[in-house]
Write a protein that binds this ligand. Structure first.
Ligand SMILES: Cc1cc2nc3c(=O)[nH]c(=O)nc-3n(C[C@H](O)[C@H](O)[C@H](O)COP(=O)(O)OP(=O)(O)OC[C@H]3O[C@@H](n4cnc5c(N)ncnc54)[C@H](O)[C@@H]3O)c2cc1C
Ligand code: FES
Ligand code: FES
Length: 1277
C-alpha cells in the first residue's frame, strides 16, 4: 500500500498473507559480518516500520523499458514467461535477488527461489526456461534431455521433419548480466539507536540493543515481539506497543558440539548454517542437521524463510508449524528470559506449559547428534509438497545401547494431531529396552494407535488420515533406522521392495520438449503470422509498467467500497443496523437494496438474481450491503461493524446428494440421447453401474476482482475501469441497476491479471454496486476485493456428480451408456445451465458409443453461486465418460488405452451424439502420435517392473484422447467486432471486443493486422477494450476470442486495404507512411470497423440435434505418476501432449495455453479442494488453505507437440481455439494415480475397483492404498 501511495505500482498484491509471492521485493540490510545482505521478501507482510535502516528495491528499481531493461526482465519476457503478467514482477524480483547473491546460480537455486511465487497462467516452464539462461552451464537446445543433451543426440525427441522446430525463443542478443551495474547499499541506512513510531492504532518500538529489549519487555510485558511478522501478519487492533528486536538476536554460532541459534535468526540463515555444519561434520554426526534441513527445504517459501525466524516459529506454538517436533526430538534447548529471569528449557515442556507472551527467546541450542548410536528423522505431509503447512509433522529420535539394537531411549513427537505438540510418551516408554525388530514395529504401531488421539474436531478434520500418517511415519522411521542398523549390527536384511518406503520424492526443475511446424519457406519474413512472437506487453509486465485496474492513480475525492456479506446460509433478514459503522472515522455512507436507483432484482433466464439481498439471504457470502469510506482500511473495518440480525430458515443444504433428496433443481433440465439404450443394454455382456464425483475449483486469478467507477458529473455519464471478461455485460448490468442508458456508461478494460471465466458474470454485480455508491455519493468509487472475500463471494467451478449405467462386451466395446450429470449450481443459476449443457455436449468425447443418453440437472443449494471456469463443464462431461471407460477396462482386465482405442470414433465422417458431422482424423493422429512420442508401450512395461519391485511406491500411466467443441453453442455469441484506425504517421490503433487476460489475444490480433496491412507489428497498438469503441461485444470465452476478434480485425484491415489498393497501384514506390498521407489528402477514410458473423450454432434439446460448435479442437495426453502408498504423496513424473491447434497463429502463445491449461488441470484433478463448514462457510479461503499448483507440482518432463499439417477451414488462417481444452488433460494424472493405487491394492489382494473421487488428494490416495495401518485406524476411529 505504501508502494502504491508513492506511485510504485509494479509490485502486485495477490493475497496479503505471504502466500502467493506477487509482492516480492528485495530488502537489503547492513550486516556486521557479511556487510550487506539481500533478501527476497513478501512486501505484504513487511510492516513499514520494520524497514527502518533497510533498502528496498522494487521491480521499478532494476530496469524499465524507458531506460534500460534488467536482463531478468528481458529474459522472462523473451522466453514467454509472462502471460497475464500479474505474477511477473514478483518472479523478476525473486530471480533478481538470487542473482544479487549468486550471479551464477544452479537450476536447483532457481527452483528453490521460485518455489514461493505462484503463477496461475503459464505452468512455470517458460519462466524457468528464461531464467535457466543465467546458469553457469551451456545453454543447450530447448529440446534436449535432462542432461543438457541436444535433441539431435536424443532419438526420442529428434524430429526428422525439416519444417518442425522446437525453438520457441532465442537468447541471441540478450543483455548480459553485469553485477557491477547493481545498486549499492546506501551507507546512511546504518542505524543503532532505539526507535519509536506511533501510528493511529499501533505503537512500534525498535530497541537499540539486547539490554534495551529486556528493559522494554519488562516495561510493556503484554507487548508482542514482532520479528519476521509472518505469523502475526496484519496487526489490526493492537494498541499496545509492538517490539521489533531488529538485528539484535540474529547471531548464530556453529560449533563442533552443536549450533547456537539466535532466536531472531531467519530460517534461511539457519538452513545455510546447518548445511555448513553437515559439510563439516559428515553424514553420520550431522543427523539432526540433516533432518532439520530436510524440513526447512519444504517449509513455506524462500521469501517466507528469509523473513520468518526460528524464535517465531517455536514460540507461535502452532501445531501445524514444522520445527518444534523435530527440535523437541533432537532435545534442543531454549534460552528464555521471562520477567527478568533467564532460564533454560526443553522445547516440549516449554511449549506445553508456559505463557509465551511474557518471554523473550534468545537462543536455541541444537546438538548435531554426536552419538554414534543415535538416529534422528523428521517427517511431514502437506496438501502440496512445498509451500504448504503440514497436515501432520513428526520428529523421532532413537538411541541404542552400544553395538546392539536394544533401544536405550526413544522420543516421538507429532505436530498437527491436536491443539499443541504431542509426545508419544507412553509408546516410547514401553518400547525402551526392546530390540529394534519386527516385534517392536508391531507393538509400537499398536501403542501409537492407542495413544495418539486425533480429535474429530481437529482443525482441518481428516481424522483417519492424520492417524494413518502417525503410523506411517513411525513405519518409515523404523525402516530408516533398520537400514542403518543392518550395517552396524547385522540385523536381518529388509526385503528390497520395502526400501521404496524410504525414497523421498525429489523436486526437479521442469524440462520441456516442444515441437511446432515452421511457416512455409515461401512466407515473407515480414509476415509474423505463424511465428512465436513474444506477448505484446511482456516487457511492460516484466518491468511493472503494465497497468491493471488497481494501478490507476486515485481520482480526486475517490472513495472505497467494501462489501457486507451474509454470515448465514438461509435466513430472513430481520434488521440491518449500520449505525456503528457510520459513526466510524472516514465512513461516508452505507448502501443496500433501497439505494439502488434502478433494478436490484433481475431475471436471468427466468431465475431471479439480486444485487443486494433484500429480505432473505440464500448463502454465506451473499452481498447484503456495502460501506463506502475514504480509505480501504476504513471501509473494511467499518464493513465488519454492520450489524445484521437474521432468522434462520429451513431447509439448509449444501451438497448434490442433499439437493437430490430435496429434489432441488434449477430449470431447464437437459437431456441428449442417441440410439436405443434398452437394445444396447440387452446386447451387452456386462452391465456396470457406478459414479464419479468431481470437486469444484476456485479461479485463483492472481489479480482479484475489482474496478473503479467514476461519475463524470454530466448527464449521468459514468466511466468504469474494470477487470471484466465481458465489458458489454458489465455495462448492461450497471445500466439496469442505475436506470441509465448504456450509451452513458463506458467500460474500459486494459488487461486482466487472469480471468479463467471468473470475470464474466460476478464482476458485473460488483461494478453495479460500486456504480450505485458512485451514484449516491457523486464521487469516484474503487472496489478491490481482498483474496478471502473474492473467494467467498465470487465462487468458482461447480462440483459435478456423474451416475452411470454402462453395458459393454467382453472386449471392452461399449454398447450403451446412460449417464445422469448433477452439478452443484449454488444458490442462483448464474451460468450453471449453460455449463451443464456443455458437459452433456462433451459426454461422448472421442468415443462412438452407439447408444448414449445423458441427463443434466443443476442442483440448487445454499452455497454461493458457482460460475464459469475455463472449460465450462467440458472437463466434467469428458472426465465422467473417461471414468466409465477406465472402469470398463478394469472390469474386463484390459489395458485402459486399449478400451479407449477400441471405442474411438475412427470413420472419416462421424456424427456426435447431437448429430454434428465431424472428422475425427486429426484426433486419431494426435492419439497415435501421443502413444509414440510418450513411448507409451515401453513405459507401461517399465512401470510394471517398477511396481513389482517396489511395495510402498507405485506408478501409473494414463493416456486420453480429446475432442473439444469450440465456440458458443448459443449462436448469437459467435460474433466479433473491431475498429481499425490508421493515423497519418502510419501507426495503427486497433480496438476490439475481446479482453486481454494473458492469453495473447492482442498479440495475435496485431500479427493478423500486420500480415494484411503489411506494416511491422511495432507500428500497431492495442490500447484497451472499450465499450465506446466496440459495442455489444461477446465475452472473451469459449476458446473463441481469437477466432472472433481475429476475423473482425482481418475484416477491418481488409476494408482499409481495399480503400488503399488504387493508391498502392498508382504509387508502388510509396512507403506506408507516404501512402497513408496520400490517402488522407485524398479524403479516404482511414478508419474501418471489422465484423465477423460467426456460425449459427444451436441445439434442439428436444430432438438431441444440432451443430453446437463451430469445429472441434483435438488432442491427446499421456501422464505418468508415482505415489507414496504410506503418505498419499504423489509425484508427477512426465506428461506428453499432442495438440491440434490447426495452423498456429503463434506457437509460443499456443504452447503457453496448452501448458497453462494443463497445469490448471493438475490443480483441478489432484490438489485443489474446496472445503465448507457444516454451516456452509467456505473454509478454503486464501492461499494458506487453498493450494493451486506451484513449481513443485510440474512434471519434470512436460512435452508439448503441436500437430503438424493440421488444417481448419473454419477459423482464422486455419488456426484453432485452444484456451479451454487442455484443462481436461489434468485428468490423465487422476487416472494414472488410480492405476497406481490399483497396483498397490492388487499386490495386497484387494479389489481393484474402489471408490475414488477427484481431486486425488494425498488423503484420498493414502486411504485408498489400504494396508494394516489404515485398517487399524479404521477400526478405532
Ligand atoms: C505463507 C506462509 C507459509 C508458512 N508455511 C510454514 C510451514 O510450512 N511450516 C512452518 O513450520 N511454518 C510455516 N509458516 C510459519 C512461519 O514459519 C512462522 O510464521 C515464522 O517462523 C514465525 O517467525 P516470525 O519471526 O515471523 O514471527 P512473528 O510473526 O514475528 O511472531 C510470531 C510469534 O512469536 C513471538 N515471538 C517471535 N520471536 C520471539 C522471541 N524471540 N521471543 C519471544 N517471542 C517471540 C511473537 O511475539 C509472536 O507471538 C508459514 C508462514 C507463512 C506466512
Ligand atoms: S500479496 Fe504478498 S504474498 Fe501474496
Ligand atoms: S502470468 Fe503468472 S499469473 Fe498470469
Amino acid at each position: 500500500m505504501i508502494l502504491c501511495s508513492v506511485g510504485l505500482t509494479g509490485t502486485k498484491y495477490g493475497c496479503g498473507g505471504g502466500g502467493c509471492g506477487a509482492c516480492t521485493v528485495m530488502v537489503s540490510r547492513y550486516d556486521p559480518i557479511q556487510e550487506t545482505v539481500h533478501w527476497s521478501v513478501t512486501a505484504c507482510l513487511q510492516p513499514i516500520c520494520s524497514l527502518h535502516g533497510a533498502a528496498v528495491v522494487t521491480v521499478e528499481g532494476i530496469g524499465s523499458t524507458k531506460t534500460k531493461l534488467h536482463p531478468v526482465q528481458e529474459r522472462i519476457a523473451k522466453a514467454h514467461g509472462s502471460q497475464c503478467g500479474f505474477c511477473t514482477p514478483g518472479m523478476v524480483m525473486s530471480m533478481y535477488t538470487l542473482l544479487r547473491n549468486n550471479p551464477q546460480p544452479t537450476t536447483e537455486d532457481i527452483r528453490e527461489t521460485l518455489g514461493g511465487n505462484l503463477c496461475r497462467c503459464t505452468g512455470y516452464r517458460p519462466i524457468i526456461d528464461g531464467f535457466k539462461t543465467f546458469c553457469n552451464t551451456l545453454i543447450s537446445c530447448q529440446n534436449g534431455d535432462r542432461n543438457g543433451k541436444c535433441c539431435m543426440e536424443n532419438s526420442n525427441s529428434h524430429n526428422n521433419e525439416s519444417d518442425i522446430s522446437g525453438e520457441l525463443f532465442s537468447m541471441d542478443n540478450v543483455l548480459p548480466l553485469d553485477p557491477t551495474q547493481d545498486l549499492i547499499f546506501p551507507p546512511e541506512l546504518l542505524v543503532t539507536e532505539r526507535l519509536c513510531f506511533q501510528g493511529e492504532k499501533v505503537r512500534w518500538i525498535s530497541p537499540a540493543d539486547l539490554k534495551d529489549l529486556i528493559k522494554l519487555k519488562a516495561e510493556y510485558s503484554n507487548a508482542p515481539l514482532l520479528v519476521g511478522n509472518t505469523t502475526i501478519g496484519w496487526f489490526q487492533e493492537e494498541v499496545h506497543p509492538s517490539i521489533h528486536p531488529s538485528t539484535n538476536i540474529h547471531l548464530t554460532t556453529l560449533f563442533y558440539l552443536g549450533v547456537t541459534v539466535g532466536a531472531g535468526c531467519s530460517l534461511s540463515v539457519l538452513k545455510d548454517v546447518l548445511l555448513q555444519g553437515i559439510e563439516e561434520l559428515g553424514p553420520e554426526k550431522s543427523r539432526v542437521y540433516q533432518a532439520l534441513v530436510q524440513t526447512l527445504q519444504c517449509l513455506a517459501s524462500k521469501q517466507i524463510r528469509n523473513m520468518a525466524t526460528i524464535g517465531g516459529n517455536i514460540l507461535s506454538a502452532n501445531p501445524k508449524y514444522d520445527l518444534s517436533s523435530i527440535l523437541a526430538a533432537a532435545e534442543c534447548t531454549l534460552h528464555i528470559v521471562s520477567n527478568g529471569n533467564a532460564n533454560i528449557f526443553g522445547i516440549y515442556l516449554y511449549i506445553i506449559s508456559h505463557n509465551f507472551l511474557f518471554a523473550i527467546l534468545f537462543f536455541l541450542i541444537a546438538n548435531p547428534c554426536a552419538l554414534q548410536w543415535e538416529f534422528v528423522s523428521a517427517f511431514r505431509q502437506a496438501q502440496r509438497r512445498e509451500f504448504s503447512f503440514s497436515i501432520v509433522n513428526s520428529g523421532m529420535r532413537v538411541t541404542f545401547r552400544h553395538d546392539s539394537n536394544v533401544v536405550e531411549n526413544l522420543d516421538i513427537f507429532y505436530g498437527g494431531v491436536g491443539p499443541t505438540l504431542v509426545k508419544a510418551r507412553h509408546t516410547c516408554k514401553e518400547l525402551m529396552g526392546r530390540k529394534w525388530d519386527e516385534k517392536l514395529l508391531v507393538v509400537g504401531t499398536q501403542l501409537l494407535e492407542e495413544e495418539i488421539y486425533v480429535p474429530p474436531t481437529a482443525p482441518g478434520g481428516q481424522e483417519e488420515y492424520r492417524k494413518a500418517l502417525v503410523l506411517s511415519f513411525f513405519f518409515k522411521f523404523y525402516m530408516q533406522v533398520t537400514l542403518e542398523l543392518q550395517q552396524k549390527v547385522g540385523m536381518n536384511d529388509l526385503p528390497l521392495e520395502y526400501l521404496s518406503a524410504l525414497k523421498p520424492f525429489k523436486n526437479e526443475v521442469p524440462q520441456a520438449n516442444h515441437s511446432f511446424q515452421l511457416v512455409p519457406e515461401t512466407q515473407s519474413s515480414n509476415d509474423p503470422v505463424g511465428r512465436p512472437n513474444v506477448h505484446q506487453a511482456a516487457l511492460q509486465q516484466a518491468t511493472g509498467e503494465a497497468v491493471y485496474y488497481d494501478d490507476i492513480p486515485s481520482v480526486k475525492g475517490e472513495l472505497f467500497v467494501s462489501m457486507v456479506t451474509s454470515t448465514r446460509a438461509h435466513a430472513k433478514i430481520i434488521s440491518i443496523d449500520a449505525s456503528m459503522a457510520l459513526a466510524m472515522s472516514g465512513v461516508v455512507t452505507f448502501i443496500s437494496a433501497k439505494d439502488v436507483p434502478g433494478q436490484n432484482r433481475r431475471l436471468w433466464f427466468n431465475n431471479p438474481e439480486e444485487l443486494f439481498a433484500e429480505e432473505e439471504v440464500i448463502c454465506v457470502g451473499q452481498i447484503i450491503g456495502a460501506i463506502v469510506a475514504e480509505t480501504r482500511e476504513q471501509a473494511k473495518r467499518a464493513a465488519e461493524q454492520v450489524d445484521i440480525t437474521y432468522e434462520d430458515i429451513q431447509p439448509v443444504f449444501f451438497t448434490i446428494e442433499e439437493a437430490i433428496e430435496h429434489q432441488s433443481f434449477f430449470d431447464p433440465k437437459r437431456k441428449l440421447e442417441r440410439g436405443n439404450l434398452e437394445e444396447g443394454f440387452e446386447k451387452a455382456d456386462h452391465i456396470l453401474e457406478g459414479e464419479l464425483y468431481m470437486g469444484g475449483q476456485e479461479h485463483f486469478y492472481m489479480e482479484t476482482q475489482g474496478l473503479i467507477a467514476i461519475p463524470k458529473g454530466e448527464a449521468g455519464e459514468l466511466e468504469l475501469y474494470v477487470a471484466s471478461q465481458h465489458a458489454a455485460y458489465t455495462q448492461e448490468v450497471v445500466g439496469i441497476t442505475l436506470g441509465i442508458d448504456s450509451n452513458k456508461i463506458t467500460c474500459h478494460v486494459k488487461r486482466l491479471g487472469g480471468g479463467f471465466g471468473g470475470k464474466v458474470m460476478k464482476i458485473a454485480s460488483l461494478s453495479a454496486i460500486a456504480a450505485t455508491a458512485a451514484y449516491k455519493t457523486g464521487r469516484a468509487v474503487r472496489c478491490v476485493l481482498e483474496r478471502e472475500d473474492d473467494m467467498l463471494i465470487t465462487s468458482g467451478r461447480s462440483p459435478f456428480l456423474g451416475k452411470y449405467k454402462v453395458g459393454y462386451l467382453n472386449d471392452g466395446t461399449i454398447l450403451a451408456a446412460d449417464i445422469t450429470y448433477y452439478s452443484n449450481g449454488g444458490c442462483t443459476l448464474d451460468e450453471s445451465s449453460f455449463i451443464m449443457e456443455k458437459a452433456l455436449l462433451h459426454m461422448d468425447n472421442g468415443y462412438k458409443i452407439p447408444n448414449l443418453r445423458g441427463h443434466g440437472l443443476v442442483c440448487k443449494t445454499y452455497l454461493p453461486s458457482y460460475t464459469a471456469f475455463r472449460g465450462f463443464g467440458g472437463p466434467q462431461g469428458l472426465t465422467i465418460i473417461e471414468s466409465v471407460l477406465h472402469e470398463v477396462a478394469a472390469r474386463c482386465g484390459l489395458p485402459a488405452h486399449q478400451v479407449r482405442d477400441i471405442n474411438m470414433y475412427k470413420d472419416e465422417k462421424c456424427y456426435t451424439h447431437h448429430k454434428q458431422l465431424f472428422s475425427p482424423h486429426d484426433m486419431v493422429r494426435c492419439w497415435n502420435e501421443c502413444l509414440e512420442k510418450s513411448d507409451y508401450t515401453h513405459r507401461c512395461l517399465s512401470i510394471k517392473q517398477f511396481n513389482a519391485h517396489n511395495h510402498w511406491k507405485k506408478r501409473g500411466i494414463s493416456i486420453v484422447p480429446l475432442k473439444f467443441g469450440i465456440g458458443f453453442s448459443k449462436g448469437f455469441y459467435n460474433q466479433g467486432a473491431a475498429l481499425v484506425n490508421i493515423y497519418k504517421d502510419g501507426s495503427v490503433l486497433i480496438s476490439h471486443g475481446g479482453t486481454e487476460m494473458g492469453q495473447g489475444i492482442n498479440t495475435k490480433a496485431i500479427q493478423i493486422a500486420s500480415r494484411i496491412l503489411k506494416v511491422p507489428m511495432s507500428s500497431i497498438h492495442i490500447k484497451e477494450t472499450c465499450t465506446g469503441n466496440v459495442p455489444n461485444a461477446a465475452p472473451s470465452a469459449a476458446s473463441f476470442g481469437t477466432d472472433a476478434v481475429g476475423m473482425a480485425v482481418k475484416d477491418g484491415c481488409e476494408k482499409l486495404m481495399r480503400r488503399l489498393e488504387p493508391l498502392i497501384k498508382k504509387h508502388p514506390q510509396f512507403t506506408w507512411q507516404q501512402l497513408v498521407v496520400e490517402a488522407y489528402c485524398q479524403k479516404i477514410s482511414l478508419s474501418a470497423t471489422g465484423f465477423f458473423m460467426g456460425p449459427h450454432t444451436s441445439v434442439d434439446w428436444e430432438k438431441s440435434d444440432g451443430n453446437a460448435y463451430y469445429y472441434f479442437t483435438f488432442g491427446a495426453c499421456c501422464s505418468e505418476v508415482e505415489i507414496d502408498c504410506l503418505t498419499g504423496d504423489h509425484k508427477n513424473i512426465r506428461t506428453d501432449i499432442v495438440m491440434d491447434v490447426g495452423r498456429s497463429i503463434n506457437p509460443a502463445l499456443d504452447v503457453g495455453q496448452v501448458e497453462g491449461g494443463f497445469v490448471q488441470g493438475i490443480g483441478l484433478y489432484t490438489i485443489e479442494e474446496l472445503q465448507f463448514s457444516p454451516e456452509g462457510v467456505l473454509l478454503t479461503r486464501g492461499p494458506s488453505r487453498y493450494k493451486i499448483p506451484a513449481l513443485c507440482d510440474i512434471p519434470p518432463q512436460l512435452n508439448v507437440h503441436l500437430l503438424r499439417n493440421a488444417d481448419n477451414p473454419h477459423a482464422i488462417y486455419s488456426s484453432k481455439g485452444i484456451g479451454e481444452p487442455p484443462v481436461f488433460f489434468g485428468c490423465t494424472l487422476f487416472f494414472a494415480i488410480k492405476e497406481a493405487i490399483a497396483a498397490a491394492r492388487r499386490e495386497r489382494g484387494l479389489s481393484e475397483s474402489f471408490p475414488f473421487s477427484s481431486p486425488a488428494t494425498a488423503e484420498k490416495i493414502r486411504m485408498a492404498c489400504e494396508d494394516c495401518f489404515t485398517r487399524m485406524v479404521g477400526e478405532h476411529c
